[in-house]
Design a protein around this ligand. Sequence first.
Ligand SMILES: Cc1cc2nc3c(=O)[nH]c(=O)nc-3n(C[C@H](O)[C@H](O)[C@H](O)COP(=O)(O)OP(=O)(O)OC[C@H]3O[C@@H](n4cnc5c(N)ncnc54)[C@H](O)[C@@H]3O)c2cc1C
Length: 414
Amino acid sequence: MDFEDTPEEIAFRGRCRAWLEANAKPLDPSASARSALSEPEDLDSLAGAKAWQAKKFDEGWAVLTWPKEFGGQGLGRMEAIIWGQEEAKFDLPANLYIIGHGMLGPTIMAHGTEEQKERFVRDMARGSEIWCQLFSEPSAGSDLAGLRTSAVRDGDDWIINGQKIWSTGAQWSDWGMIVTRTDPNAPKHAGLTYFILDMRSPGVEARPIKQINGASGFNEVFFTDVRVSDKNRLGAVGEGWKVALTTLMNERVAIGAGSGSGAFRKLLDVARVSRRNGRPAIEDAGVRQKLADFFITSKGLQYTGYRTLSALLRGTTPGPEGSIGKAVGAPMTQQMAAFAMELQGPTGALVEESVVPEDGFWQELYLGTPGMRIAGGTDEILRNIIAERVLGLPPEIRVDKGVAFRDIPTGSAG
Ligand SMILES: Cc1cc2nc3c(=O)[nH]c(=O)nc-3n(C[C@H](O)[C@H](O)[C@H](O)COP(=O)(O)OP(=O)(O)OC[C@H]3O[C@@H](n4cnc5c(N)ncnc54)[C@H](O)[C@@H]3O)c2cc1C
């Protein structure tokens, strides 16, 4: 692919920058990391995030790739990438719309009834309603189709009972997309149904989970006799897996991997200001060796990312190289953060922002990276994908294939 902007892209980039400069403050490069799990700590920041999204919507900068009829701009992926690159240079409210815009909107557009599209998609684009993804359960994460939250038909409604976990943003969400088991007699992938759920329905209880970095980005969510209208069913009864796959395919693209090149530049700065044996750490041969390793890996990731982008621009579906990006990028970012903390010396072990250099950027990144290695496919699951689909190794043995869900052994006694 050609790495230079075309004349049209240069002009578009200029328009993005001009609008951002007129409406937002540039990012302070020395500011601490904005965690991917950043939460609106108070109602003001929730309102700020919504106001920013509404402004973008009103002035033609929201959900650029969505069709105009759904509140988007009908632009291509390249324009969305350019916008993202420019937006990243500004100090903006937390983005609470990654799940809605990246995953759930496309799912409603693909599987929703006309009534559902009309009711939900434009509001989602404008950001007046926030959405969460209610998929994972305590015993169904990598093996998502093993989920147990049930939905039982009752006239024109369904009654939902069960529990979800790791539901990002559920505590401040207006709507959730939930996959439930509606037929335990069918094999596990066949007995699922997908719903749009009002998070303020009686019987829904979101309990925030305290994370290692002190934030509470995600929740356990409990459902006790929660009533949802059949009108809010997305896709056919028993076809929830097919609908969920649309969400999951979009999740891979939405989460992405990043090449770590921004973190690498910051790591170089740490090596320049830290000292080893009385000299700048960057002059130490061992430090230089490590920096070279990180540089080579991050360049490899960058060019693997370009392969994905080229495939998308050609209109083809990216291959398993998407899994390589996250399988390599997330552990590399964790190792970079650990190395930066080591270079910082004894203060590197602290998390207090006022004491630690760079407002605790590396400490925050280090505590966030285990989550990166789990969300959207754990390291091991990604390696399974690479083994099976890239290297052509034999697939995992599936003892539950074709077996009614209720007959699959659970491992519990009795
Ligand atoms: C930051 C973050 C945000 C998230 N947000 C959401 C959200 O909004 N909504 C939502 O529904 N979920 C969300 N999740 C949950 C996420 O999808 C799951 O954590 C993930 O799918 C892994 O499932 P699990 O935690 O149940 O781990 P498990 O699947 O139980 O895995 C436990 C361990 O076993 C390994 N393992 C499992 N199966 C295999 C196998 N077949 N071969 C080899 N090893 C295996 C795993 O790699 C892992 O090391 C989020 C998670 C994180 C970290």
